[in-house]
Design a protein around this ligand. Structure first.
Ligand code: ZN
Length: 74
């Protein structure tokens, strides 16, 4: 996987977030794969083997969780 450096993280998130409610960069989520509370703005972007960009957990590449594995923190 190749990391992609994102300049405008809020805009990238807005354009690529797979669900309706785009979180703020300061929001906290729980990544189910590494069971860690993450700050959304710390996300990383990697290209997969199909050259598709995916939003990853900040712990990537140690964690293989992506944006769909993040859950709301109450
Ligand atoms: Zn994770």
């Amino acid at each position: 996987m190749k990391e992609v450096i994102i300049k405008d993280k809020q805009k990238y998130l807005k354009d690529n977030y797979p669900f309706g409610n785009v979180p703020k960069l300061t929001d906290k989520k729980r990544c189910l794969h590494c069971d860690t509370i993450i700050t959304v703005g710390d996300y990383k972007v990697f290209k997969d083997e199909n050259d598709e960009e995916l939003i990853y957990c900040p712990q990537a590449p140690d964690c293989d969780g992506t944006v769909i594995d993040w859950f709301r923190v109450d």
